[in-house]
Design a protein around this ligand. Structure first.
Ligand code: SAM
Length: 270
């Protein structure tokens, strides 16, 4: 293949974006394993020591499903991310955009340095479709160097939360709304149905109690991991315990990831 100018044009590099589930090797699907077996080099973001366990889980999944010596796992230091919690929405979005660009630059550099024909893999926590920037970053890398991308779905923390609590998220024929802790208080309305909240570092749901004292919460931390913790109940009854527990877990493990769903009982007033 040649470019119009006569210079050789490289075939697009194959990239697999693979959902690996929320932490348990049991979440890794057959489709994910098949894609992993095609990968030569896995690129894993190194987010600093507190999140070493997230790299270790990915490493463990590779060791469990792949033969030694058939792949490489390369960690790429994550660019510094600004103080999101202190930013308003516009500054938050600009900060995230800049961070994505910086990440894409870094990955593009690594990808360009790989041998021609090497297949690249990204092991995405949960499912790549929920609050994960990998597909966007891979698209941005693709603007810098030609890529042929495939995406494998994974089991999201949302599904694990529902399964571990043995609940259906939606009431019969009703919607499910997925949002972040940052947006919850502005967005919440009974018509949203079940509201799943991710990326909430401060259990923002407490602020809803005045408006909706009957809310019920199903909460889970480290879903699918050995240290998984579940709690549920009337939000008003359990919120103090949850805030204290979340703080204690974070102190114990150095990091915490939790997801919850808020519902109103069918017989709640209004
Ligand atoms: C960057 S998002 C990634 C979501 C992921 N793509 C998914 O499908 O689950 C990170 C958020 O997902 C949730 N999360 C991911 N893994 C979790 C786990 N094992 N237990 C509890 N929450 C989890 C938390 O709300 C966390 O703040």
């Amino acid at each position: 293949m040649t470019t119009p100018a006569g210079a050789p044009r490289r075939a697009p590099r194959r990239v697999h974006v693979i959902g690996i589930g929320a932490g348990s090797p049991g979440h890794v699907t057959g489709q994910a394993v098949a894609a992993m077996r095609e990968v030569d080099v896995f690129l894993v973001a190194d987010k600093g020591s507190a999140k070493d366990e997230l790299v270790a889980v990915r490493r463990g999944i590779c060791e469990q499903f792949l033969a030694d010596g058939t792949y490489q796992l390369v960690t790429v230091t994550d660019p510094h991310r600004g103080p999101d919690a202190e930013r308003d929405s516009a500054a938050y979005k600009a900060g995230v955009d800049a961070w994505h660009r910086a990440r894409a630059d870094r990955y593009a550099e690594v990808v360009d340095g790989l041998p021609e024909g090497a297949v690249v893999g990204f092991l995405v926590w949960g499912d790549p479709a929920f609050y994960d920037s990998t597909i966007r970053i891979v698209d941005a890398i693709g603007e810098r160097t030609p890529l042929a991308v495939s995406v494998v779905p994974g089991i999201s923390a949302i599904q694990v939360l529902a399964a571990e609590h043995r609940i259906v998220l939606n009431a019969v024929g009703q919607p499910v709304h997925i949002t972040t802790g940052r947006r919850l208080v502005d967005e919440w309305h009974p018509d949203l149905g079940a509201v799943v909240v991710m990326l909430d570092g401060a259990l923002a749901c407490r602020a809803l109690l005045d408006r909706a004292p009957d809310l019920v919460i199903h909460w889970g931390a480290y879903l699918g991991l050995p240290q998984q913790v579940l709690r549920s109940g009337r939000l008003a009854d359990v919120i103090d315990e949850l805030v204290a527990l979340r703080g204690a877990l974070r102190a114990e493990h150095g990091w915490v990831m939790d997801t919850y769903v808020l519902t109103l009982p069918a017989d709640a007033p209004g």
